[in-house]
Design a protein. Sequence first.
Length: 407
Amino acid sequence: MIPGEYVIVCRQGYADVLTAMEFPAGLVENYVHPDNKTTWSLCLNKDGSYTINQDNPKTPELNESVTFKLGEEFTMKTPAPMKILFTKLGENKYLSTAKFGNHVSESTLCFNNYGVHSTTTVQGKGVTGCEIYKKVDPKIDGYYVMESEKNAVNFFLATVPADKREEAKKMFNNVTLCFRRKGNQIDMVQTYGDFTKKQCITLDEEYADSEPALGIESKNIVTETGPGAYKIISKNMKNGSTMEIDILFTNNGILEKGVDKKTGNTFEMTYRRGLDLEGKWKMVTASNMSSYLEMLGIPEPMKTEMMNDRPSVCISRQAGDLISLKSDSKLLPDMVYKIGEEFTIDMKELGSSKAIVTECNGEMLCVMKFGSKTVSQRTTISGDFSITEAEVDGNIASRIKTISIRE
């Protein structure tokens, strides 16, 4: 199954399918209505299970969220009690068998570069329904951190000369990837341990790559095979072997799979998506700052000075989940902190505060102890715009919202 977000583009015969399964006439009518733009997301979990979330605007009673493993039957209570089993029939082809009351339906799902083609039949009823879903283009640009790997270390070491392998092992600490696409051009910054590599490649054009310290030379080409899907073919110029790599972007991160075409050895790597926050940011507006600062207990004239301050902040990521901030603010210090670990902020004229920062689902969350008060802050990024919302002790009246632009 190919993880991603999908939206319905064509539906035929489902009125007959649902009627054969004795669904109410009103629900059947709403489900097949042109305005019922069904969407669903498919996520591959760390334990090998899948999660599907389906949304039906016209028939919310049919909305569902299920987690399952291939070959293991499970029971679903909503939208109606039924037992379901997913099995794999072939490459990107799956069968879903659902037992609903006295009825049994079978849905064949075929994943392809466009999306998903689903055909459903009801046993003994002679009816067939078809749905076609288009895969939604996921966000590509961003920052990614490797979370897990299967055989990637051994696979990579096999491509490295024996006398270089001990050094190569160190490269699998703190693996990150920064990816930006402009038209057919892709800019990448990869970090492996203490090693950083910058590349600029063009889709469908050969490029050479080398790592002299590791004795690796290759010629490569990258092509786009579907929404958020890329294929890399790499030829090792030292031993003549060829490697095929498939990279799939989802809203949650990246799934990378590779195979050595000569030996058949394979590997997998999964990356979580971090916030795309690197660059120089300039605050351009702030709302309700006066109330926010007042509830923090900031005295005059410092309060007025902070309200008039429109600082620029340079943010960069460093190995080991470290974030570096350099600001031209008169009040805020430069700092380096680690995601998920408490750190101290020494603010000029305001003393020291403790804080912790984490990333989750495309948001950066920060909690700070400022004297006896607690500040909660949430940051999201859309393109070159950053929106930060904060409040003091959960008081809505203190809520501040700022917008910054990446210069």
